[in-house]
Each structure stands twice: as C-alpha cells, then as structure tokens.
Design a binder for this molecule. Sequence first.
Ligand SMILES: CC(C)(COP(=O)(O)OP(=O)(O)OC[C@H]1O[C@@H](n2cnc3c(N)ncnc32)[C@H](O)[C@@H]1OP(=O)(O)O)[C@@H](O)C(=O)NCCC(=O)NCCS
Length: 157
Amino acid sequence: MNERILIRPYGPGDADATIEIFLCAIRQVSSKDYLPAQIEAWAQVEDRGLWAERRISRPAWIAEIDGKPVGFSDLTSDGCLDMMFVHPEFQGLGIASRLLSRVEEEAQKLGFRRIYAEASRTARPFFERKGFRVITKQIVEKRGQSLENFLMEKLYG
Ligand SMILES: CC(C)(COP(=O)(O)OP(=O)(O)OC[C@H]1O[C@@H](n2cnc3c(N)ncnc32)[C@H](O)[C@@H]1OP(=O)(O)O)[C@@H](O)C(=O)NCCC(=O)NCCS
C-alpha cells in the first residue's frame, strides 16, 4: 500500500477535496470520540475562500492514492502542524504517517526544533505513536460547543 501513496504539495485546486476529507473525517471518524452536537459544531466550513487562503498561505501537502486526494496536512511558520485529516475509507493504511514524515522533513529543512499540534481525542494516539507528548489538555470553543483536545509537541535535535 505504502508505494501507492503519493505525497505532493497542496495546490490552488485542492480546496474542495480537502474540505470534503475534513468534513467526512470528523463526521465519520472523530464522531466516536465526541458528542453529536460537538461534531456538528466542528464539521463546518462556512467560508470556502478563507479555507483556500489558509491552506495556500503555508506549506501543505496532499496524500493521493491512484490520483485521488485521501489526506492532507500542513505546517505553519511557527511550527504548528495545524491539519492532519485522512478520508474515512482510507484509515489505518499509513497515510497520516507518510504525511507526518513530509511535515517533519520540511520542519528539519526550516531548522525547527519543535513541532506542535492541537490533537483531537481521535488523533492523540496517532501523535503519541509518533513521538509527540501531551503538554496540556485544553478546551476549545467551536460554534457554542466546548471540545477537549490536547496540546502536543515533538522536539528535535
Ligand atoms: C488520526 C488520523 C489522522 C490517523 O490517520 P491514519 O492514516 O489512519 O494513520 P496511520 O495509518 O498513519 O497510523 C499510524 C500509526 O498510528 C496508529 N493510530 C492511528 N490512529 C489511531 C487511533 N485512533 N488509535 C490508536 N492508534 C492509532 C496506527 O495504529 C499506526 O500505528 P503503527 O505504526 O503501529 O501501525 C485519522 O484517524 C483521522 O483522520 N482522524 C480523524 C480526524 C482527526 O481527528 N484529525 C486530527 C485533528 S487534530
């Protein structure tokens, strides 16, 4: 499977596909870890233009299988891995692992000593498996709902 996964840079035409992955991953995967009202509040993209601007404003990558986008991730200039989402039909195939390797390669190139993420309950075991540690548990507000997530970091060098 690993050789069928292609990691490529995010491009301007990827907004719709990444929104679709984002919404499906939350509604179908993270839904096991949060209440329906929390999922409903989180799985919203009101402004597709703003989404597209954010994605293109920083290094970001798409994972493809047979030419179909199945996951995406990114890295902000302060070392935040902001997005890590894999399509529900392609979970557990090593796609997030491949994306994280690309993010870490970029972080190394930029000389970062640290990457951090605000990991969902769903993603916490993935990040722990990859050497991140929880700094603190936090509550974030999304459209009137309170959601628990974990500020996590991985140090280099
Ligand atoms: C978290 C997520 C990105 C992982 O993607 P994935 O492509 O399935 O992950 P991988 O297949 O690369 O998994 C890598 C390792 O992490 C482990 N892992 C991944 N998700 C896990 C989970 N929920 N619980 C336990 N282990 C998990 C895998 O078992 C694997 O371990 P291995 O190296 O021993 O085989 C994906 O489940 C997802 O999109 N979740 C919903 C959206 C979400 O919450 N995103 C994060 C927002 S902060």
